[in-house]
Structure formats: structure tokens, C-alpha cells
Design a protein around this ligand. Structure first.
Ligand code: ADP
Length: 202
């Protein structure tokens, strides 16, 4: 299955992507994680991305699209994948559609995780990640940057919801509640049957 997870910062895409990918036996591909790994590894890609990320802005499409194309060409992504954090602009979505179409493929589903903005701000300001045994705040999770990222989301990424609705691919799920509850809603929206371990009706 080829799936895109859509949703604002703090909606829980990363957490759900890992769990759902386990069920689908497909890789979860997070552009944010790839960028962060490149920033800590001080690669050329990391250098290009860092200023944008720290400001809460999007990394330019040409950098991001080339990186995702390379990742999707790896053998583990041939049969399916779960994209987390990509596409984030209409231009990225169009390029994803075109490059999949070149291979005779297309997306099967786009899952939008819906969470209201008050809850997002609460979650992001309390979020910590484990680095070398210590809990630290992500540099772009500071309140001012969070507000900016939410604005970037509203302006550049939220329109993807309508784009994918028009393509007949969109499923919206309520992403408030326990991690398990949200996973159950996501798997249901994907037509996934936990008992058979495969797609319902497949
Ligand atoms: P979140 O969903 O919490 O904002 P991510 O880890 O997905 O966090 O992304 C962190 C940052 O990485 C973004 O603010 C942006 O700078 C960059 N980034 C990630 N994915 C993309 C993308 N598809 N296009 C442009 N920039 C991206």
C-alpha cells in the first residue's frame, strides 16, 4: 500500500506512522527525520535544510523532492510506503503523483489526522525527545517557532486536504484520544483488518 499521512505539526504523524508501517510491513518515511539526521551528520543536505528548519519554514521543494525521489527508489519502498511529512505543498504533491505515475503506480490513500489548534500548541510545547540519554526540546518546538510552523501549515499544507479529496484519496480521522484509539481509526480508514493481517476484501 502507498499511503500519505497528512496533518499539522503535533498531530502525532510520526508516532502513528511507525505503528501503522509495522502493520503494513512497509517503511515509514519521514522527511523531517531524514532532514534531522542530515543536520546532525553535518551533511551538505543538512546544511541546506538547517536554516529553514530552525526558522520553522519549509525546506525548498527542489531539495525536498529530490531527496524523497531517491528514498522511494530504494528497494524497501518498491511495494509500498507510508510517507510522513511529505508532501507539504501542492507542488510537492503534483511531483509525487507524476513520479509515481512514471512507474505505473499511484497512492492508495491519504490519511489526514485532525486535531484542533489549541491541542496542537499544548502538545508541541510539552514535547521532548531523547538525545544521548537526555530529554531535550526540539529547537523548532519553541513557542514562537511553533506558531510560525502552524501558520506555514495553514497556508501551504492545509490546501492538500482539498487536493486529495478531489483525487478521491482522502480519509479524515479524529486524532484526539489514546495512541491505540487513533491507530485503530487509522487502520479502519485504510481498510485494514487486524484479524487477517491484510486489507479487508483483499
Ligand atoms: P512537524 O510535522 O512536527 O512540523 P517534521 O519533522 O515533519 O515536523 O518537519 C520538521 C521540519 O522539517 C519542517 O518544519 C520543515 O522545515 C522540514 N520539512 C519536513 N518535511 C518537509 C517537506 N516535505 N517540505 C519542506 N520542508 C520539510
Amino acid at each position: 500500500m502507498r499511503v500519505v499521512l497528512l496533518g499539522p505539526p503535533g498531530a502525532g504523524k510520526g508516532t502513528q506512522a511507525q505503528i501503522i508501517a509495522g502493520h503494513l510491513a512497509a517503511p515509514a518515511i519521514s522527511t523531517g527525520d531524514i532532514f534531522r539526521a542530515n543536520v546532525s551528520g553535518r551533511t551538505e543536505l543538512g546544511q541546506k535544510a538547517k536554516t529553514y528548519m530552525d526558522a520553522g519554514d519549509l525546506v525548498p521543494d527542489e531539495v525536498t523532492v529530490a531527496m524523497v525521489k531517491d528514498r522511494l527508489a530504494e528497494p524497501d519502498a518498491k511495494a509500498g510506503f507510508l510517507l510522513d511529512g511529505f508532501p507539504r505543498t501542492i507542488a510537492q504533491a503534483e511531483q509525487l503523483r507524476d513520479s509515481l505515475a512514471e512507474l505505473g503506480n499511484g497512492l492508495d490513500r491519504v490519511l489526514e489526522l485532525v486535531v484542533d489548534e489549541d491541542e496542537l500548541v499544548r502538545r508541541l510545547s510539552g514535547r521532548r525527545m531523547l538525545v544521548d540519554g537526555e530529554w531535550v526540546q526540539r529547537s523548532d518546538d519553541e513557542p514562537e517557532t511553533v506558531r510560525h510552523r502552524l501558520q506555514v501549515y495553514r497556508e501551504q499544507t492545509a490546501p492538500l486536504s482539498g487536493f486529495y479529496e478531489g483525487e478521491g484519496l482522502l480519509a479524515r480521522i479524529d486524532a484526539i484520544g489514546s495512541v491505540e484509539d487513533v491507530t485503530a481509526r487509522a487502520l479502519e480508514a485504510l481498510g485494514w483488518s487486524p484479524r487477517s493481517g491484510q486489507q479487508a476484501g483483499a
